[in-house]
Design a protein around this ligand. Sequence first.
Ligand code: ZN
Length: 259
Amino acid sequence: MRQALALGLGALGIADHDTTAAVAPALAAARGTALEVVPGVEINTDYGTTEAHVLGYYIRPDAPQLEDRLAALRRGRLTRIETIVRRLDGLGLPVGLDRVLELAGTGSVGRPHVARALVERGYVRDTVEAFERFLAAGKPAYVERTRFTPAEAVALILAAGGVPVLAHPGPANDSLIDQLVGTGLAGIEVYHPDHSPEVVVHLLRLAARRDLLVTGGSDYHAPASSCGATIGSVTVSTVVVDQLRRLAGSIAGRASGEA
Ligand SMILES: [Zn+2]
């Protein structure tokens, strides 16, 4: 909050991975200042063999089920990684659960972090080999996971009165966007540190075609994090904040009407 105020930002979205725990403290810290805090969340979901992240802006952090579902997701991921680490122990390849969690940092823990720990210990040359020999489906340390789909995240966000936005889609997620529009996706994160000017143009066209909101952000994680960029380095107009707030108002109205 102090950094955002020093930069003169008008609004700041708080969208942690799979938790809304920071929303209340952020709102409290910004109270009485000119900075508007947009309560949010970024939900990690499984899409094919990779992940897709779905942002929920203006979610009500106290919405029934939201934090319960997010907690179940977090527990599921952790249990899976614990099991993988135990299997590796059994194979004579101890990597240490603590080290794996450390490598995950503030992100959600997954197999790539186990792969990096295997490389660090010198058991494999690189993460590709880690997957091919141990971690890929059908290999000795593989553990199935409970999948949570992008469409399920969109539904969860809508039920919590939030505006669902696909985070940093990059150039190759057009079909996912097409699919999610039918389930209530309201916007795409066009401006992001990982997006080249060409990707931005591509996504702007797609958003116009699909009548989707255009959002953006720095994806700032933490001072020492390798994820995202510096706070305030990628910004959008406060018009976007107004659009999101208005849309959230009508979504919340619908969500409470259904309840
Ligand atoms: Zn993300």
